[in-house]
Design a protein around this ligand. Structure first.
Ligand SMILES: Nc1ncnc2c1ncn2[C@@H]1O[C@H](COP(=O)(O)OP(=O)(O)OP(=O)(O)O)[C@@H](O)[C@H]1O
Ligand SMILES: [Mg+2]
Length: 413
């Protein structure tokens, strides 16, 4: 019977240790981060691809304390002694050695496994490809966009809201339809426009961005499809202070903005006056300011989810932190969109720098969360979710991520 490599599909150290000790024999491949088993293996063992031979392997049998870099082989001794004594050996191969076995008490094996897996269990996880609605977090330059592009190449249909222009160039190379992202304010109903303004203001204009209840009420009364008329109307609204702040925010929508004696002149940015043609990549990187970028991004998103897309379409928003509405009291647009778009067969992939960029409620409606390298509070939060020590998240190499996916690894209870 051949030896087969497995991942450990669990975040539960004690569970993994007892699953291993319940086998007649196993190999712990510290170099390739798989376990070798023979015969049937069910949960928490998850079939892994055969690892390539690696040279950085030094077979020393160090069962006490930290394990070195090798494959550690264990086999339970005789039927009568089962559970009390094991034979142990180390090598660098995909099958146990013939000689060099040492007798080890069961407690020492358990302790060595526990110590090793406590520090490194996450490394034995199956590298779960995120599926379904997905959140991807990671510090800058850790490989988020690279993963998304790889996922899109496997996706039959996709749409990217590109806030930085990275995907536009890539999309042109990959033969995708690329359009400059734009929306027509005239196309949206009053309620949608108010929501889009609110999300965009809350997302784009920094910490003070939230609208007060009074401003929110005013916003709902304005003819938002016509910024000049809306701004003119604001000048007559009370209380003046709230109206002035709101007017100042909304004026960012105007390429030309002048206040006359009795009137307001506002020529909206071209991004806000015509709908973009259907495309796979909407390039919003040329938006003149963050408010316009956020309006366009949210307008396109709302339209995509509302009007439907081919089943299985992946909708990507990368660099979501640029437009995420963090202000308290403002719903997370993405959560709303996911809920409203649930029956549309659309898959959302949202990429941001820190878990705190998205509201907690959003975590409840997604299927997968992938974490690339993070630091500080963001790493601590990711570590809590993944049930691994924070240093694991802080020391992930570029391109490597840990993910909670529908298929696993399952979190410890
Ligand atoms: N799996 C990988 N293996 C090796 N290098 C990688 C891997 N993934 C990404 N990189 C490299 O890391 C760099 C950053 O990748 P990428 O642009 O995907 O990161 P990012 O997290 O999207 O960064 P940013 O936050 O700046 O957008 C690139 O030079 C890329 O080639
Ligand atoms: Mg990126």
């Amino acid at each position: 019977m051949p030896w087969e490599p497995y991942h450990l599909d669990t975040a539960d150290v004690e569970g993994a240790v007892s699953a291993l000790l319940s086998r007649l024999a196993f190999g712990l491949d510290v170099v390739n981060r798989v376990v070798w088993l023979r015969g049937d293996a069910a949960h928490p063992f998850h079939p892994a691809g055969r690892p390539a031979e690696r040279r950085d392997c030094t077979p020393h049998l160090t069962i006490s304390g930290a394990l070195g870099r090798a494959v550690y082989w264990f086999r339970a001794r005789g039927v009568l002694r089962r559970g009390r004594e094991w034979d142990a050996a180390a090598n660098c191969r995909a099958s146990p050695p013939l000689a060099g076995w040492r007798r080890v008490p069961a407690e020492a094996v358990a302790e060595a496994l526990r110590a090793h897996l406590r520090a490194a269990l996450w490394a034995y996880w199956p590298p779960g490809r995120p599926t379904g609605h997905t959140l991807i977090f990671g510090a800058t330059g850790t490989g988020k966009t690279t993963l998304v592009k790889a996922m899109l190449l496997d996706s039959p249909h996709y749409v990217v809201i590109d806030l930085t222009g990275e995907y536009a160039e890539w999309g042109r190379g990959a033969g995708a339809r690329v359009a400059v992202g734009s929306i027509s304010l005239a196309e949206f109903g009053r309620e949608d426009l108010v929501r889009i303004y609110l999300w965009a203001v809350a997302g784009a204009l920094g910490e003070e961005a939230s609208l007060s209840a009074v401003q929110w009420g005013m916003l709902q009364q304005l003819p938002l499809h016509d910024p000049a008329a809306a701004l003119a109307q604001l000048r007559h609204m009370r209380p003046e202070l709230s109206a002035a702040v709101l007017a100042q925010k909304l004026s960012a929508l105007c390429a030309v903005y002048r206040e006359g004696l009795g009137d307001v002149e506002c020529a909206p940015w071209p991004h806000l006056t015509r709908p973009a043609p259907p495309a796979q990549v909407y390039d919003v990187s040329g938006a003149p300011n963050q408010l316009v970028a956020a309006m366009v991004a949210y307008g396109i998103l709302l339209g995509l989810f509302r009007w439907g897309l081919p089943t299985g379409t992946a909708v990507v928003v990368d660099e979501y932190h640029r437009i995420a509405p963090r202000a308290p009291g403002v719903e997370d647009i993405v959560e709303t969109i996911v809920r409203e778009g649930r029956k549309r067969g659309v898959r959302l992939i949202l990429v941001s720098q820190a878990p705190s960029d998205v509201k907690a409620a959003l975590r409840g409606v997604v299927h997968s969360v992938a974490y690339f390298r993070l630091y500080g509070d963001a790493a601590a939060e990711a570590a809590r979710t993944l049930n691994v020590p924070p240093h694991v998240v802080e020391s992930l190499p570029t391109g490597r991520y840990l993910a909670i996916t529908p298929e696993g690894p399952r979190r410890a209870a």
